[in-house]
Design a protein around this ligand. Structure first.
Ligand SMILES: [Zn+2]
Length: 442
C-alpha cells in the first residue's frame, strides 16, 4: 500500500482517497514572470511521478495545476522589459509548457490561468468578508489570521508567534504580522478588475483557494508543491479555504525538497541560477529526469555538472542494455514487486531505479523487456524509445569527412577517421541505413 509523508501530521500515512478509485490532486503551478528553472523541474517531476504512480495503481486521477499569470513579480518584470503583461505571460507560459514536456511531465488534466478565475476569487473574498475574516486598509483587503484558530497547523507554528506582539516591524495598519492581502488595490497603469472594494487584483494565495474549489471541490485528496510554498502560501490557502467553505482543504499535503547547485541553494542573487533550457543544451530531458529521480523527493537534491555527467552515463548505459533486450513475452513479477515496494515507501525512486538495474544485471531474470516497459510507465524515462543522441558538431563533421573518404574508396583514411572518432569518445558503426554513432559509456 502506498504511503505518503503528510506535512500536516509529519508522518508517513497509508494513502486512502475520499472516493474509492479516484484521486483529486492539486499542485501549485508556476508564476510565469520568467522561464522555468531547475527548481521547477524538480517540483514538476516529483508530482508527475506521484500522479503516474497513482494511475499505475489503478486510480482515476484528476490532476489540476494552475498558471499564475498575474502578480507583483509579473508586473515588475513587464515594467523592466517594457513589455505588455499579456505578451510576457504568454511567452513564459509557453516556455514552461515546452520545457516540462521535454523533461517528460504529462500535461495536467486542467491548467487554469489565474486571470480566468478572478470572478471566483472575488466571490471567495466576499464569503470571507461576510464571515468576518477580513479588514480593509489603504492598499487592500486583508485576511486576519488571528480569527482562524487553526492558523499555523500546516507549518507547525504557534499562532501566538505569528500574531502581533512579536518585535518585528509590521506594516503600519496590518493587525498581525502574518495577515496577508486578499485583494490588492491597483495603482494607476496596473492591470485591474472591478470589485466591491474597488479596482484591484487578487492576492497570490487566493488564486489557488478559488481554483482548487472551482475545479475539484473540497476536500482535495492531495495538495502538493515545493517546500518553499508550505509557509506562508499553503498555510494561507488553508486559512482561506477552510474558513470560507467550512471544509478541510486537503487530506494529504505533499512537499518536495529544495534544489542546490553545487551544494549551494539556487537563487538569482547568488548567480547560480540555472534554467531548464540551459541544461537542455547539453543534456536530454530524460537525463535531467534521471538525475531528479536518483534522489527521494523530500530530500534536498544537488545539481552539478559532474552529477549531470554521471546521470548521463548511467542513463545511456541503461538505454544500451535495454536496446539489446529480446521480448520473451513474459513479465518479471519478482522485480515488479520490489519496484512497487520502493514506490509505496513514500516514492523512493532511487530504490526503484536500483531494482531496475538489479533486474537488468540479473542474468537469469526472465521478462526483462516487458518489466522495463511496466516500470517506465511510472519513471517516464523513455527507456524503450531510441534516443536521438545529440552528437557534437565536431563529431558530425568527422563522420561526414569519413563518408567522403568512403565514397572515394580511400579506406585507409576512412579507418583513420573512425579511430579519431573513437578517441573522442564515440563508436561509429556502418549499418544499412548509414553511420550509427553511440557514445562510449564510461
Ligand atoms: Zn498554490
Amino acid at each position: 500500500m502506498l504511503k505518503l509523508h503528510n506535512t500536516l501530521t509529519k508522518k508517513e500515512e497509508p494513502f486512502k482517497p475520499i472516493k474509492k478509485n479516484e484521486v483529486k490532486m492539486y499542485v501549485c503551478g508556476p508564476t510565469v514572470n520568467d522561464v522555468p528553472h531547475l527548481g521547477h523541474a524538480r517540483q514538476q517531476i516529483t508530482f508527475d511521478i506521484l500522479r503516474r504512480y497513482l494511475i499505475y495503481l489503478g486510480y482515476k486521477v484528476n490532476f489540476v495545476s494552475n498558471i499564475t499569470d498575474i502578480d507583483d513579480k509579473i508586473i515588475k518584470k513587464a515594467h523592466e522589459l517594457k513589455e505588455d503583461i499579456k505578451s510576457l505571460t504568454k511567452r513564459n507560459t509557453l516556455a514552461h509548457m515546452q520545457d516540462y514536456e521535454a523533461i517528460g511531465v504529462l500535461k495536467p488534466d486542467k491548467q487554469p490561468k489565474a486571470t480566468e478565475y478572478v470572478k471566483e476569487m472575488i466571490e471567495l473574498v466576499k464569503i470571507l468578508e461576510k464571515k468576518g475574516y477580513t479588514y480593509v486598509i489603504d492598499d487592500g483587503v486583508y485576511y486576519e489570521i488571528s480569527k482562524f484558530k487553526d492558523y499555523g497547523k500546516l507549518s507547525h507554528q504557534n499562532i501566538e508567534d505569528l500574531k502581533q506582539g512579536a518585535r518585528i516591524k509590521i506594516k503600519e495598519e496590518k493587525k498581525n504580522k502574518e495577515d496577508f492581502v486578499l485583494w490588492k488595490f491597483s495603482k494607476p497603469g496596473e492591470p485591474s478588475w472591478d470589485s466591491p472594494w474597488g479596482k484591484g487584483r487578487p492576492g497570490w494565495h487566493i488564486e489557488c483557494s478559488a481554483m482548487s474549489h472551482a475545479l475539484l471541490g473540497l476536500p482535495l485528496d492531495i495538495h502538493g508543491g515545493g517546500q518553499d510554498l508550505m509557509f506562508p502560501h499553503h498555510e494561507d490557502e488553508i486559512a482561506q479555504s477552510e474558513a470560507a467553505y467550512g471544509k478541510k482543504l486537503a487530506n494529504y499535503w505533499v512537499h518536495n525538497g529544495m534544489l542546490n547547485i553545487d551544494k549551494v541553494k539556487m537563487s538569482k542573487s547568488l548567480g547560480n541560477f540555472k534554467t531548464i533550457k540551459d541544461v537542455l543544451k547539453d543534456y536530454s530531458g530524460s537525463i535531467i529526469r534521471y538525475l531528479v529521480l536518483s534522489t527521494q523527493y523530500r530530500k534536498p537534491s544537488d545539481f552539478s555538472e559532474a552529477l549531470l555527467e554521471d546521470a548521463k552515463n548511467s542513463y545511456m548505459r541503461l538505454k544500451n542494455i535495454i536496446h539489446d533486450l529480446k521480448d520473451d513475452g513474459k513479465s518479471n513479477e519478482k522485480y515488479i514487486k520490489e519496484f512497487e515496494k520502493a514506490m509505496d515507501d513514500d516514492l523512493n525512486t532511487p530504490k526503484a531505479l536500483q531494482e531496475l538495474w538489479k533486474m537488468l544485471r540479473d542474468e537469469k531474470s526472465p521478462g526483462k523487456l516487458q518489466t522495463v516497459k511496466t516500470m517506465d510507465e511510472v519513471f517516464g524515462l523513455n527507456l524503450l524509445e531510441k534516443e536521438n543522441i545529440q552528437i557534437p558538431l565536431e563529431i558530425e563533421a568527422l563522420v561526414n569527412e569519413r563518408e567522403t573518404a568512403r565514397k572515394n574508396k580511400d579506406w585507409k583514411l576512412a579507418d583513420k577517421i573512425r579511430e579519431t572518432i573513437k578517441k573522442k569518445g564515440y563508436i561509429l558503426e556502418d549499418t544499412d541505413y548509414g553511420s550509427k554513432i553511440t557514445p562510449i559509456s564510461k
